[in-house]
Design a protein around this ligand. Structure first.
Ligand SMILES: [Zn+2]
Length: 469
């Protein structure tokens, strides 16, 4: 696995450090700026394609937009069988160098850490996947049955319309698969001296909606002339400090039992209590991982009213970023939002797509601008057994726990396109734990531990051999 030497740059540099192929590949990926927008993923995809082609993969670029290819690399097996897809995206969110203490595109290794935008999200995983696959290919290994796919997408950070969403819709045969490993899980955390690794089995849905109030315009110098819609919006915004009640989900039940040993019945009070018990011992774990799994969340993120400083607004609206557990659909989201915003009893059930609601004297309308139903894979599967078996050997005593990700990933599009596929987020990482890594994702000074990249590379190598024989 240790194949190349690379120089160490930056302050505190030693002479050279020996690293695995994934480490060298990650450094090169980090030095290619793929900030989305605009993405410009071409050069990063070419680097991956070059590495994989030299290892015997058939590589295909599929692009929805010029200069923004998705890479599909296939290593064919000797017999038909199940296909394993190692998935990742090569675009990143922006980085403002003035907020960083080092160059976001340096790719330097300093004190055992690789630095750059994308080192956690998710060029680290892309490099570990591609390096593990390429090493096996170069050794002459081929799947006994089925194919190995390495898929690197564009445009994940801006909705995947030029990435996985497009790829799964327009070229399903190119990426059809039975098992997917993607981002979203694998980062370790510790509670009570025990180590846990997350297995991301689903993503929440996104139902963004506007809450709008109406009034009457007038000159702002004479308040009595108008009816100010903005003042009507204020009490509704205030109500959004509350959130819908917690709900029992299968992942949360398993998570709580694994981490704290508390068994949950059907009683929702029992869930509240179990969450509070765990919060006393591990507040960040509850905040980052458990709470988002438990409920619909409603967060106002934008607001608009009058365009002019001197005009009383006749309409005002706020955009609510609403995330919902997998499988929850619009009717249920509306019901829960109404329970927070006001009494639904006066609602006109016949109003199509939009309703005037009366909430303690405030009329408002609610209309959805985004409807993405979240999805999940079963948390028990033969792929999970492989991951657990690997963990038992490589981190004895550690426990794998299922989570549903609060955010969104390309896993959604693969689950939607391929019903029968088992799609998980898993890239093992323990040197930088959940609490170290979480602030770096989309944050400043993003970096990854060399030891974690090598740990992940070993995992992908072993999982390929165990799934495809
Ligand atoms: Zn990502």
């Amino acid at each position: 696995m240790r194949t190349n030497l690379f120089p160490v740059e930056g302050e505190g540099a030693a002479a050279t450090v020996e690293g695995s192929e994934a480490v060298g590949l990650l450094q090169r990926l980090l030095r290619i700026n793929t900030v989305n927008p605009p993405g410009n993923e071409g050069p990063a995809q070419e680097l991956l394609a070059e590495t994989l082609t030299a290892a015997g993969f058939e590589c295909q670029f599929l692009a929805a937009e010029p200069g923004r290819p998705n890479l599909v690399a296939r290593l064919r097996g000797e017999n038909p069988g199940k296909t394993l897809c190692l998935l990742g995206h090569v675009d990143t969110v922006p980085a403002d160098p003035s907020e960083w203490s080092f160059d976001p595109w340096s790719g330097d290794v300093v004190d055992g850490q690789i630095r750059g935008r994308g080192a956690q999200d998710m060029k680290d995983q892309v490099a570990a996947e591609a390096a593990a696959a390429a090493t096996l290919g170069r050794e002459g290994w081929r799947p006994a049955s089925g194919d190995l796919l390495v898929v690197a997408t564009a445009d994940e950070e801006m909705g995947a319309e030029a990435g996985a969403q497009w790829l799964c819709r327009e070229h399903p045969d190119a990426v059809r698969c039975d098992y997917v490993l993607n981002e979203g899980g694998g980062v370790a955390f510790e509670v009570g001296g025990r180590r846990f690794y997350t297995l991301c089995v689903g993503e929440k849905g996104v139902f963004r909606f506007h809450v709008r109030t109406q009034g009457r315009a007038g000159h702002a110098s004479v308040p009595a002339l108008g009816d100010n819609a903005l003042l009507k919006l204020a009490p509704l915004l205030e109500r959004l400090r509350s959130q819908p009640p917690v709900e029992v989900t299968p992942e949360a039940v398993e998570f709580i039992y694994a981490v704290s040993g508390e068994e949950l019945g059907a009683d929702p009070d029992g869930l509240d209590e179990a969450v509070e018990h765990l919060r006393e011992r591990a507040p960040e774990v509850v905040a980052y991982l458990l709470e988002p799994m438990l409920r619909v969340t409603l967060v106002p993120t934008q607001a608009q009213a009058s365009e002019k400083a001197n005009v009383i607004p006749s309409t005002a609206q706020t955009l609510v970023d609403c995330r919902v557990p997998p499988g929850v659909e619009e009717d249920e989201v509306r019901r829960q939002a109404m329970a927070i915003l006001g009494d639904r009893s006066d609602a006109n059930p016949d109003a199509p797509g939009r309703e005037a609601e009366e909430a303690s004297g405030v009329d408002f309308e609610m209309d959805f601008v985004e409807h993405v139903v979240g999805n999940r894979s079963p948390s028990g599967s033969d792929l999970r057994d492989v991951i657990e078996g690997w963990l038992a050997e490589n981190d004895p005593g550690a426990t794998l726990v299922p989570i549903v990700m609060a955010g969104f990933s390309d896993s959604h599009w693969f689950r939607k396109a391929f019903d029968a596929a088992t799609v998980y987020g898993f890239c093992p990482q323990r040197e930088l734990s959940l609490l170290d890594a979480a602030p770096l994702v989309h944050g400043a000074d993003e970096r990854a531990a060399v030891a974690d990249i090598e740990f992940a590379e070993r995992f992908y190598r072993d999982v390929i051999l165990r799934v495809l024989g």
